[in-house]
Design a protein around this ligand. Sequence first.
Ligand code: CMX
Length: 432
Amino acid sequence: MGTLQETLRAKIPQWREEIAEVKATMGDKVISEVTVNQAYGGMRGVKCMVCDTSVVDPDKGLIIRGHPLLEIKDLRPEEIFFLLLTGERPDADAKAALQHEFDRRSQVPDYVWDLLKAMPRDSHPMCMLDTGILVMERESVFRQWYDKGMRKEDYWIPMLGDALNILARMPVIAAGVYRIRYEKGSVKTWTHGLDWGANFANMLGIPDPTEAYAKLMRIYLSFHADHEGGNVSANTCHTVGSSLSDAYYSVSAGLNGLAGPLHGLANQECLKWVLELMARFGGSPTQEQLREFAFETLRSGQVIPGYGHAVLRVVDPRFAGFLEFGRKYIADDPVFKTVSDIFDVVPKVLEEYSDERVKAGKSPIANTWPNVDAVSGSLQYAFGLTEFPFYTVLFSVSRAMGMLSQLVLNRAIGTALTRPKSVSTAWIKKQK
Ligand code: CMX
């Protein structure tokens, strides 16, 4: 097997041919219809874009290049990145070559640190991460090649260069944000030869005598890497990239979407909810207390963070994988135990509440099961990363792999500028 670059160079012409054939033979086939509710409802369920890195099956969850997540849960994050991009798992040499790419690209420019240190002390860690990525835009190889004049066929090459630079620096910047924002001492640098996940764990500076935290970080980074193309972060990154903005602009935009409480910020919200619950009842609540607290949240017009999903209709396999990890390594941790208890109670509460909603003429809650955010924060908390506003930054480091894979592939296959047609309410009313 070749390196990442060689594998892509061999595969891209085949993918271009395959897509040209699909368009020529099936171009006029209708694959989706749109109702008025969908137009007002965030385009939920409308099939109108293509993403080959992963699929989210409502009944099975995340499937990366044909592999259900829990079947490849032991792959390292960098192997997941290779798989997302190429559809193949790297062999030992390809993995080592990718590791070497990260090693040689991991130096963060000094101006990033100067900027992050100058930001107000109460800046959200996500704002600091986004800023750190965006300010490096001047380094974009894609923009340099584009300004000089480049053939469309070659767009993916500098895009991949930018993607590798961003991925190599992202854990360094993210860990630096943690250490600057929470005054943990000087920022740490990348260790050559150490894998991506363990490097990130190490640079955060969380004590890890048993190396279990590095293990957590590897699965954390693998599990959040991609979730097909329509979620807010991937879709935003894709849309910005479709105007040929480079990877720094595109990923930074995607991360701004991830920073919202209905998307990546839900892990922060979720842990906050769990800690409030425990504070109210002086520790682990009984099932009855938990039920009471959940209904109180719902009746005050708020969502229960970590539950529900726009696509999934089953327990998120990422939740299941993290729960298994927690049961193995931190079974007795009180916050983790409470998260497990919540899983026993909240789906039933949401079902009851959904029935009430329907009786009141509102839409049902489509999915009452937990998503990844319901548990991920409790694992970090147990290992000592207790500053929960930072959790979305961890998610971001991982999700950058998915966004960047999609960007490179979209440049490789020449995906068009995104430009759906909007309609006005007046136009809709005329369609009666
Ligand atoms: N608690 C309370 N109400 C919920 C709910 C929850 N966990 N999940 C859905 N609902 C409500 C919705 O708010 C919506 O109510 P309105 O019609 O009054 O606005 C109604 O049920 C129908 O929504 P839906 O079709 O079931 O779900 P959507 O596709 O509209 O929304 C999501 C999906 C994730 C935004 C929603 O389930 C939610 O807000 N969950 C809590 C936040 C969360 O965990 N987000 C993380 C998702 C994973 C990720 O992207 O990172």
